[in-house]
Design a protein around this ligand. Structure first.
Ligand SMILES: [Zn+2]
Length: 169
């Protein structure tokens, strides 16, 4: 079971680069950056990086018309993508999983012979920190951020985001 604490805090800088590349549909480079983040990270969050990188590889296989490769790597990714909070380190994991599922449904519908007709507009970007989503490490409630003060509407837990500015523009 994943712990709520693993989902608090910031993403590894290489994971952020990986997500940005993923969102630019540069799945090969996204995979490289996420792999670095996965290797350098010691917290369990590395499993999530691994899951995202395998989805990036899955999408890469799809763009290259490799049906078997896509199905195989997607199957491997599932284990790493499960058990997280819906929002983890600012990543909307639930939406990401749903998007990947929709992609794979379409891949299976097209089949091996039709994968060349895959519509790449089905590759949806990873939604992350756009709304600066945080989850309370005490109660798991979504926290609000205002002027760099992050507070929990449920239990009153709060922290300051000033330590985290390194990772934001
Ligand atoms: Zn709370």
């Amino acid at each position: 079971m994943r712990r709520v604490e693993d989902c608090n805090g910031v993403l590894h800088p290489k994971a952020i680069e990986g997500i940005e590349l993923f969102n630019a549909k540069d799945f090969f480079e996204a995979h490289e950056e996420l792999e670095t983040a996965w290797k350098e990270e010691t917290n369990d969050i590395r499993d999530l990086y691994r899951g995202i990188l395998q989805v990036a590889v899955t999408y890469l296989h799809i763009t290259r018309g490799n049906y078997d490769g896509a199905v195989k790597v997607y199957g491997r990714s599932l284990k790493w993508m499960q058990g997280w909070n819906d929002v983890c380190r600012g990543i909307n994991v639930k939406k990401f999983r749903d998007d990947a599922e929709a992609v794979m449904r379409e891949v299976e519908r097209l089949g091996k012979d039709g994968i060349g007709n895959f519509d790449v507009s089905l590759f949806k970007p990873i939604q992350w920190n756009e709304k600066r989503l945080w989850l309370c490490d005490r109660c798991g409630t979504e926290m609000y951020e205002k002027n760099c003060k992050v507070s929990c509407p449920n239990c009153g837990n709060r922290f300051d985001c000033s330590d985290l500015n390194l990772y934001f523009d």
